[in-house]
Structure formats: C-alpha cells, structure tokens
Design a protein around this ligand. Structure first.
Ligand code: SF4
Length: 344
C-alpha cells in the first residue's frame, strides 16, 4: 500500500479512495461570472481535486479568490519560476505541482519544499516524458522517468518532507504504463495517473482507459486525470465512470441513453448533451434512461428509475417503470430535472 498524503481536506494514497482530478480551462484573469456554481457542480459530478495554472504572481488575488470559492482542494500548477511556487502557498492552495527539472537550480526547489513543509502543503512531482533531464545513462524512457522522480524525492526527504505525490505522464500510453509500474515497484509514494496530450474525448477515453484500468487492476494509482481536449466536465465524467465501472466508487447517477438511429422521433443526442451534467451532479443513486423512440424506449424505461422516451410528437417521462407524465419536447428538460430532484 502507498503512503497517505494529505491534500487539503482529502487524502491521496494509502486506504483513501482513488480520487478524480481535472484542470481549470481558463486563465485566472478570465474566471467566469458563475465560477462558484461551476465548481460546486464539478464537485457534485465527482471531481475531488482541481488544478489551476499559476504562471504569474500578478494573479495572486485571483488565485486567492479561487481557493476561497472552490469546494475542492486547489492545486497550483507551477512551471519555471520558483517565486510563483512560493507565492501560491500564501494564496492557501492545498498543493502545488512542480517539475523540479524546469525550476532551475536545486536550491530553488529546496526553498519551495521548505515553505511547503512549514505550511502543510502537498507537492506533486509532475514529470512528463517531454521534459526530462538529459539521458546520459542510455536508460529507457520508463527507467529515466522513474529514476528522475526517485531522485527528486530524495531531495525532498533530505529536508524532512514526505507529503509528495508523483505523476509520470507520457503521450504514449505504453511508455506511461511502463514508467508507472517501474516506479510502483520501487517506491511507496502515491501515484497520480494519466496519459498526457491524449486528444479529444473519444481518443483520450480509449487511450487513457486501457492504461489506467490495467494499472488500477494491479492496485497502482491513487488519483487520476483524463486529459481531454474538450470540456473539463467530460474529464470528470470519464474519471468517475472508470472508477464506478471498476467498483472503486459508489454508483451515483447512471445514465442509459440510446445511440439514436433513423427511427428516432426525439433527438436523444441533443437532449443528453443538455441534461447530462445536471443528472450526474444530482447526488442520487439513480438510473436515468434517455431513449429516442418506441422501439427500445418503453423497455429501457421500465428498467430505469426515471426515463424519458420520445414517441411521435410527445415525450413521456417514466418513473419506476410507469408513465408518469406526458410533456411537450421543449419542456422535457425542465420537467425531467424536476422529477429527478423530487425522486426519493
Ligand atoms: S431507441 Fe429507437 S431511436 Fe434509439 S437507437 Fe433504438 S431504435 Fe433507434
């Protein structure tokens, strides 16, 4: 079992459940007006930790604001300038992610680690295959990544600091898999899993899921992120669905939706896009089916707690397998969410 690292009000590693992470998709200078609402929803959807890029200490006030208005532990992502790492600790982040290899002289990283120790802030050593020190030993990529992480850990341990999580991401899933297994065979520090630059939702989900599920089956991995060129909400959905499918997270809301075909009399694809995040953030152990026509609609509706099936020009909402309401399609979203919120 890995050691346990405290990240804000949750733990990563040891007997703690595997956590799901994402990374905010805007600069701190352009936070949306309904930031609080979005963060609360991400948490309800299953996001446990969120990272923010912190490239400039001029954004100190914005980072402090973000920490105050985010219900999950906030991680600051630091590259190049150790002063940003020192400053983000004053913004009360729970953790920071650094790659000592791009911070410069060793004393700069050490200064950051001393301050993290004083303020009980966790550190993720974030190594990417694209940003490793020069390979002078001729080692393969996995060995180089693992050995580099172990060396940085030894720097930290010399300072009496142990609150460290490690990530060894590569865009090549096989390289990531080998690096993670290599490291796990040599160290008990917890691992943050991910395949980096994995592409859009479909390619990322395929590439990441193959590797992440193989690692998790071997009990390697304590926290994870799906990197998706797309909505961060999708990263959270992908992470939680993987953990639910592997029995590593309780069920929560489950959506069954038909793929849609030429028989459709209701656009289940558009409808799903409209309601998906609301359903997945409802904090209930329910199954909701969204079906496009009368072929499979009523059948699936019977097996779900709540269902919507478009039949002809009407949309039927089912509750516990029985028709509960008939509504116009333009009212279907609002009515479905109402039925879900009232569902016991
Ligand atoms: S439920 Fe109807 S619309 Fe959806 S895939 Fe099946 S046959 Fe096609």
């Amino acid at each position: 079992m890995t050691r346990k690292v405290k990240v804000g009000d949750i733990y990563v590693g040891g007997d703690a459940p595997v956590s799901v992470q994402t990374m905010y998709d805007r600069p701190l200078s352009a936070i949306e007006e309904n930031f609080d609402v979005r963060m609360a929803k991400l948490k309800s959807m299953g996001c446990d930790i969120i990272r923010f890029s912190y490239p400039d200490i001029k954004e100190h006030d914005q980072l402090s604001y973000v920490v105050k208005h985010t219900p999950m532990p906030v991680v600051a992502d630091i590259h190049f300038d150790y002063k940003n790492a020192l400053d983000c600790i004053d913004c009360k982040v729970a953790a920071l992610r650094i790659n000592p290899g791009n911070i410069g002289d060793r004393w700069k990283t050490e200064e950051v680690i001393r301050k993290c120790k004083d303020h009980d802030v966790a550190v993720r050593i974030g190594l990417n295959s694209g940003s490793l020190p020069k390979n002078t030993s001729g080692a393969d990529m996995a060995t180089l990544m693992s050995d580099t992480a172990l060396e940085y850990i030894s720097w930290f341990e010399n300072l009496g600091f142990y609150n460290t999580v490690v990530s060894l991401k590569a865009s090549d899933p096989d390289a990531a898999y080998l690096a993670y297994t290599k490291f796990a065979s040599q160290s008990d520090y917890p691992l943050h899993l991910g395949v980096t630059e994995a592409g859009g939702a479909v390619t990322s989900c395929v590439r990441s899921t193959i590797i992440l599920s193989k690692l998790l089956e071997k009990k390697i991995g304590d926290t994870l992120r799906y990197s998706i060129t797309g909505a961060i909400e999708d990263e959270v959905i992908a992470g939680t669905e993987l953990l639910k499918s592997m029995g590593l997270r309780k069920k929560g809301a489950r959506i069954v939706a038909c793929p849609m075909c030429g028989r459709k009399s209701f656009n289940s694809q558009e409808f799903l896009a409209e309601v998906q995040n609301d359903i997945l953030s409802c904090n209930k152990d329910i199954c909701v089916a969204i079906m496009g026509c009368q072929v499979n609609g009523p059948g699936e509706a019977k097996g779900a707690d709540i269902a919507v099936a478009g039949i002809g020009k009407k949309v039927y909402i089912y509750k516990n397998g029985e028709i509960y309401k008939e509504v116009a399609s333009e009212e279907a979203r609002e009515q479905l969410l109402k039925v879900i919120s009232e569902y016991e």
